[in-house]
Design a protein around this ligand. Structure first.
Ligand code: SAH
Length: 280
């Protein structure tokens, strides 16, 4: 998610991404849930808290993935383990998460143990560009807001295809940037989201086909996630004191200013898609 340190996009190495999350996670825990993704609102709705909207988002992903009891699912960029834990609880599947941050892997293990899913979930620190798993060993995989951080989208997708068995399901939730974005908008969004690259919604299906999958569905949920920006602003206002105590006056001022700019830019040229595909 969002950065206030404004790393240059060219410096978005996996190590820089790990450092970023270790720094920013307490902020997200104060203003939201243990998930590190945007929120979801059904059409025409905008109320409720940011944390509730994040849970709704995860529940929609669980439904879209359609994993079954006993399936082995890979969580690419698992964050603090909340989505994986929720998926294991509601689908009865086994989930293995990978994150570039060692701290996150430990936090995810603790979260799963607190929620009684340790027998179904496991989390490791590693780079998704080289997955430490056997070929054809997973039934499904999902990547929730993680692929844009990674050094080479096509290489990651091929690597995920390697560990999925033929017919295995892939779900990607990703920020996309429209053609309306100026080079300045692109650069700002890349820095703000600590992203290595964004892709346009039109190009995504081609990339998926080129990397070993058959596209099933591309859902444009841009309109359903945009209320995140207002909900986060409200949460920052409400939790101002806590944020200040955990960080500093300077951090609070910087995040408020950045959130205003990101909201304005996102409304103009950011979108969000959920893509499901089948490994051929
Ligand atoms: N999917 C989680 C976390 C999203 S934040 C959620 O929805 O809550 C992005 C995640 O991608 C973080 O866990 C980060 O560590 C992970 N990530 C980024 N680059 C990575 C890489 N090269 N290899 C493995 N994980 C990576």
């Amino acid at each position: 998610m969002l950065s206030v340190t404004m790393t240059a996009a060219s410096k978005t190495t996996p190590e820089a991404v790990a450092r970023h999350y270790d720094y920013i996670t307490p902020f997200y825990e104060i203003i939201g849930s243990r998930s590190l993704h945007l929120g979801y609102w059904p059409a025409g709705e905008s109320g409720g808290t940011f944390a509730e909207s994040q849970q709704r988002f995860t529940d929609l992903m669980i439904q879209q993935l359609g994993a079954q009891k006993g399936h082995r699912v890979l969580d690419i960029g698992c964050g603090l383990g909340e989505p994986a834990t929720r998926l294991a609880q509601s689908s009865g599947c086994m989930v293995e998460g990978i994150t570039i941050s060692p701290r996150q892997a430990a936090q995810a293990e603790r979260w799963a143990s607190l929620h009684g899913t340790s027998g179904q979930t496991s989390f490791i620190c590693g780079n998704a560009m080289a997955l430490p798993f056997q070929t054809g060993s997973f039934d499904a995989a999902w990547a929730l807001e993680s692929i844009f951080h990674m050094p080479d989208r096509a290489a990651v997708l091929r690597e995920v295809a390697r560990v999925l068995h033929p017919g295995g399901r892939l779900l990607i939730a990703d920020i996309v940037v429209s053609e309306k974005a100026t080079p300045e908008d692109q650069a700002f969004l890349q820095q703000a989201f600590v992203a290595r690259s964004f892709i346009s919604p039109e190009d995504y299906p081609y990339l998926i086909r080129d990397t070993g999958y058959e596209v099933e569905q591309v859902l444009d949920i841009s309109q359903n996630v945009m209320a995140t920006f207002g909900a986060v602003s409200a949460a920052i206002r409400e939790k101002e004191e806590e944020v200040r105590r955990a960080y500093s006056d300077e951090f609070l001022a910087a995040i408020q200013e950045q959130w205003t700019r990101i909201t304005e830019t996102a409304m103009r040229c950011m979108g969000y898609i959920v893509l499901t595909a089948k490994r051929v």
